[in-house]
Design a protein around this ligand. Structure first.
Ligand code: NAP
Length: 289
């Protein structure tokens, strides 16, 4: 069997296109488009690239976007002061703080300071708690993107056995919660798990570890759906995932490539969350900060 490719680029494009009329409807109703504020601290080149790409996507969809680029030596209190102002700003629907922050800053405190209704990354404990209680509002973008991909394939996870490899707050844990909420039977693996044994029993394997070459063909059941969230560099410096793609595609039923798989979905879902946050705030509370 040669796996069908799950084309994240095409699915992300479709998801972005679906947002354009929603943005217009919101702008007509409220008198302004949804707005996203992106906060970046320091000069990390990868962060600059990610922020530029988020801004470009936001502009292409007709969203308002603001970048707050703060110097490396910014103090915690200054950063918290900016978050407080953005929380109060009625034109800002979504706030994103680009990670990683410089080491002297406490990222946990910063992320908790974002108003849960504007937390478009879905990292705030209130949003994480809602997700785990089965009543999600704003959900972390990468796992949300994986769910949209599965939906787009017409694949129902209900009753399926799903193995998630990696238990970070950004990917693995919310991924497991979303699958559970959609009635999959979920196994959440980490560095102490017998991952191969678990993966071999799975209908769906989602790897979010950050180790190239981790998931090999003898870890995967014939016909399984394999989603590769990993973003690594191989020995030649080329972008690759956690899955040995050429080998696993001979056995899987469906597979995501890297690049062109989960990656493009993440920014699309950030835009989706911004529009959802705008609608929720407007419908739920009126134009408050
Ligand atoms: P992370 O915080 O470093 O978490 C990695 C997880 O993998 C941990 O839970 C760790 O287990 C587990 N792990 C490590 N070695 C393992 C092994 N041999 N077997 C099983 N589990 C193992 O990473 P992350 O932030 O979730 O990111 C994971 C990967 O996804 C990275 O490559 C990252 O670049 C990528 N990513 C991609 C996107 C995208 O848009 N495509 C978005 C976010 C992240 P312990 O908890 O036991 O240590």
């Amino acid at each position: 069997m040669v796996a069908k490719l799950i084309d994240g680029k095409a699915i992300a494009e479709k998801q972005r296109a679906l947002l354009i009329p929603e943005v217009s409807r919101f702008a007509n109703a409220v008198g302004r488009p949804p707005g996203i504020a992106v906060v970046r601290v320091g000069e990390d080149p990868a962060s600059k690239t990610y922020v530029a790409s988020k801004k470009r996507t936001a502009q292409a969809l007709g969203l308002n976007s603001w970048e707050h680029a703060l110097p490396e030596h910014t103090k915690q209190a200054e950063l918290l002061g900016l978050i407080a102002r953005l929380n109060e700003d009625a034109c800002v629907d979504g706030i994103l703080v680009q990670l990683p922050l410089p080491k002297h800053l406490d990222a946990h405190e910063v992320l908790r300071a974002i108003s849960p209704g504007k937390d478009i990354d879905g990292f705030h404990p209130v949003n994480a708690g809602s997700l785990f209680q089965g009543v999600p509002t704003l959900v972390p973008c990468t796992p949300l993107g994986v769910m949209k991909m599965l939906e787009e394939m017409g694949y129902s996870v209900a009753g399926k056995r799903a193995v998630v490899i990696g238990r970070s707050n950004i990917v693995g844990r919310p991924m497991a919660a979303l699958l559970l909420n959609a009635s999959a039977t979920v196994v959440l693996c980490h560095s102490k798990s017998d991952v191969k044994a678990e993966a071999l029993r799975a209908d769906i394997v989602i790897s979010a570890v950050g180790t190239a070459g981790l998931v090999k063909a003898d870890w995967v059941r014939e016909g399984a759906v394999v989603v590769d969230v990993g973003m690594n560099r191989d020995a030649a410096g080329k972008l690759c995932g956690d899955v040995v793609f050429e080998e696993v595609r001979e056995k899987a039923g469906w597979i995501t490539p890297v690049p062109g798989g989960v990656g493009p979905m993440t920014i699309a879902m950030l835009m989706y969350n911004t529009v959802q946050a705008a609608k929720l705030r407007h419908e739920g509370q009126g134009e408050r900060g």
